[in-house]
Design a protein around this ligand. Structure first.
Ligand code: BGC
Length: 766
């Protein structure tokens, strides 16, 4: 049994329970230490640096190595040739580069800098190692569906082990932006819609990448991004403005960043968006007051890709020089890709527009981190071409990728126990994702290769299915000539159809916002035609976001969410299809009935006119055409068992300084073993600030053999009931609370109520 219940302390401090480091003496030392207090030999370097060299230490650019991947990844890209970039590095105009091509590039650049530069300050090499380096793991939101932060820690550790050998010191991960609008394409990169899940995964990922200590040769520094509330973009449009109350910002969006920083992340990235009129790259309240004064963050903040320069287009800075001034003063220590810091900071300091002390502070932060990464002791510690090859795609890494993929899949529906399939059945694999090494790894992969990943058809055949036909039937967003006829013929000749449809990897990820979050029309036409044959259909959904399912896809008897699963996609899907392992993933985000419900999330408010449970009534908060609920809610996911919830134990009162145990008994009356994710939700019925209809407070995975029961108990204390009061300070109010122990945010499970009582105060509103 994996126990991921949060403790009392975790409830108070976010993911504190799994982040022992946050309260460790080492962190306290770092947080309290004067960030300017560098070892004498490094301080001596600072003393010798020119203004130009200082500005250079705050300038990070995309690698120019022989058309390295970064050049194509994120236009507008960098100008210089590799030789030009090495010369810039030697001249002290760069602090490092990102998304280059591995150890050989890093060796050449570091070698030149250590031999030829005046001050011999080692370069730092960064990369977007988001869900794996060479071995690709499921996209982060899929991994979050495992509800298993320990798994996320292990995949992050493995990614760091591979990436560090390739010369990478620093990953631009984890992305911890809460995503409550599925039109936003970067949903795939985070942990979904829930703050608790977000905190636990943020902390686990930071710890996985950074390992025991940053100085270790296989530690990779984490970067908590995108600070802040990048996922709250209006209308789900990437980069769009965010208009958000401070309450929601602090209660929903900020906790995962804090959990990542508390777990020890020594860098963070400013977000592209503005919040309430202020771009994050120019927001001292965010980058100095919240981050430094309140949270005591000791590391450095990097701007996002040309994010400082973008304040010009946003109407917040008048030109590049103004943008550099605003960004540095706001607290962006390092500029990414715009080159604005290298260009303008020296003059800005000379003219007195930027105090030298502010520049020096950022330089010291960056050098302190380079020091902690061990780069001053051995600039080549992570650069080793032999180790790079030896550590690439090892057997344990691929096994971990398969395990993560198995645990990431979510079984939405399984009418008539259609799944698991017997491999002896005649199977028609249909759909654009039925075969072929494309769209396997998913978005945000810099170093992985789809051509090394296992596709669905290969996995299904390797699992022993002998009678398998493969028919694409349609393109992803365009029809395929004759595709539907061929698919219908294949379906007719089979016992069962496995329909692999959904989004391609270019349909989600950065800048891939959608208005209709549906399966594209040509694939829907394919699904309808195949369904008309009357053959049973198992839908395998490929997706980087929550989707609104329609027609034959929605009506298919079995639906398995397979996201983008990475290197071992085909094997992992076959494992679940044929029942070698049971599905155990749960939705970390809601699937609405219709796109127009977005932004949709389970922890919404009731309103004064909540939609009734029964038939429609006039003048209620409800849509004309679609239910208020999700089609498949947060936390939902079936197993191959048959699990029921019974025997709730909810004490009548929770004393102010006490604790209660709430419990339920879960029973698997099915014939197959399963892993059930038991979730604890609460609702504060009456409070001085209205509270969500449900909030997840804990969860636990239990393994249940057929016929077996287990009593699952959670401890509740007053701290888990706290919220931000009128003054935005944490508060708890006596009164009545609902509690559910349930298999999803929408399921009844078992329910009870208790009163939080303060001595001398009657239950009810204080
Ligand atoms: C993204 C970041 C990423 C950076 C560097 C930006 O476009 O928003 O998440 O780390 O590029 O590749």
């Amino acid at each position: 049994m994996t126990d991921i219940t949060i403790s009392r302390r975790a409830a108070l401090m976010g993911a504190g329970a799994i982040v022992a480091w946050a309260s460790s003496p080492a962190r306290a030392l770092l947080a309290e230490a004067d960030p300017q207090a560098l070892p004498a030999r490094i301080e001596a370097i600072v003393q010798r640096m020119t203004l130009e060299e200082k500005a250079g230490q705050l300038q990070l650019n995309a690698a120019a190595w022989s058309g390295g991947i970064a050049t194509g990844l994120n236009p507008p890209s960098n100008g210089p040739s590799f030789e030009g970039q090495v010369a810039d590095a030697v001249a002290g105009k760069l602090t490092g580069v990102f998304n280059g091509n591995g150890a050989e590039m890093a060796r050449r650049m570091q070698d030149a800098v250590m031999r030829q530069s005046r001050l011999k300050i080692p370069l730092i090499f960064a990369a977007d190692v988001i869900h794996g380096h060479r071995t690709i793991f499921p996209v982060p939101v899929a991994e979050a569906a495992s509800f298993d932060p320990d798994l996320a820690m292990r995949t992050a550790r493995m990614a760091a082990y591979e990436a560090a050998a390739a010369g990478i010191d620093w990953t631009f991960f984890p992305m911890v932006d809460i995503a409550r609008d599925q039109r936003w394409g970067r949903t795939m990169e985070g942990a979904g819609e829930d703050p608790l899940l977000g905190q636990l995964f943020a902390a686990a990922r930071v710890k996985g990448f950074q390992g025991r200590t940053l100085a270790d040769a296989d530690a990779v520094m984490a970067c908590v991004k995108h600070f802040a509330a990048y996922g709250a973009a209006e209308s789900g449009l990437d980069y769009n403005s965010v208009d958000l109350s401070e309450r929601t910002l602090r209660e929903v969006y900020l906790p995962p960043y804090k959990a990542g920083f508390d777990a020890g992340a020594m860098s963070g990235m400013a977000s592209f968006n503005e919040i309430n009129g202020i771009p994050s790259h120019g927001n001292p309240w965010l980058l100095r007051k919240v981050l430094r004064d309140e949270w005591r963050f000791p590391g450095f903040i990097v701007g996002d890709y040309t994010g400082d320069e973008e304040m010009i287009a946003a109407g917040f800075a008048k030109d590049g020089k103004d943008a550099a001034r605003i960004a540095l003063l706001a607290g962006v220590d390092m500029s990414m890709q715009s080159n604005l810091y290298a260009q303008h900071l020296p003059a800005l300091v000379r003219e007195g527009a930027v105090p030298q002390a502010v520049l020096d502070e950022s330089v010291r932060r960056v050098l302190a981190v380079k020091h902690q990464l061990g780069l001053f002791d051995d600039p080549f510690r992570r650069i080793d071409t032999k180790r790079e090859t030896a550590r690439s795609r090892t057997k344990p890494a691929l096994a971990l990728s398969r395990e993560a993929a198995q645990k990431a899949m979510v079984l939405l529906k399984n009418d008539g126990d259609l799944l698991p399939l017997a491999p002896s059945r005649r199977i028609a694999l249909i759909g654009p994702f039925a075969s072929g090494q494309h769209d396997l790894n998913g978005p945000w992969v810099v170093y992985g290769d789809n051509n090394q990943a296992i596709d669905l058809a290969t996995g299904v055949k390797a699992a022993g299915a002998r009678n398998v036909s493969v028919t694409p039937g349609s393109g992803v967003e365009e029809p395929l000539a004759g595709g539907i006829d061929a698919a219908v013929a294949a379906a007719r000749a089979a016992d069962v159809v496995v329909l692999a449809i959904g989004e391609s990897e270019t349909m989600s990820g950065e800048a891939q916002s959608r208005t209709a979050i549906t399966v594209p029309a040509p694939q829907m036409a394919l699904a309808e035609a195949v369904a008309a044959t009357g053959k049973p259909i198992v839908v395998l959904l490929k997706n980087g976001r929550g989707l609104a399912l329609e027609g034959a896809v929605k009506d298919a008897p079995a639906i398995l969410v397979t996201w983008f699963l990475g290197s071992e996609t085909g094997h992992a899907i076959a494992d679940v299809l044929f029942g070698k392992v049971g599905p155990s993933g749960r939705l970390p985000l809601s699937f609405p009935h219709e796109s127009g419900q977005e932004p949709y999330y389970y922890a919404h408010k009731a309103t004064g006119r909540p939609a009734p449970d029964g038939p429609r009534q006039p003048y209620k908060a409800q849509w004309r055409t679609s239910p208020n609920a999700a089609l498949y809610p947060f936390g939902h996911g079936l197993t191959y068992g048959k699990v029921s919830y019974a025997a709730p134990v909810v004490p009548a009162t929770l004393p102010w300084d006490g604790r209660i145990e709430v419990a339920a008994t879960v029973t698997n009356s099915g014939t197959r073993p399963c892993e059930e994710l038991v979730q604890l939700y609460i609702r504060d019925r009456v409070a001085s600030i209205t509270r969500p209809v449900r909030e997840m407070k804990a969860f636990r995975k239990v393994a249940l053999a057929p016929g077996k029961s287990e009593r699952v108990a959670f401890t509740l204390t007053r701290e888990q009931l706290q919220f931000l009061g009128k003054d935005l300070q944490p508060t708890v109010e006596p009164g009545t609370f609902d509690v559910w122990i349930a298999p999803s945010a929408q399921a009844d499970g078992v329910h009870g109520t208790f009163d939080l009582v303060r001595l001398g105060v009657r239950s009810g509103r204080s």
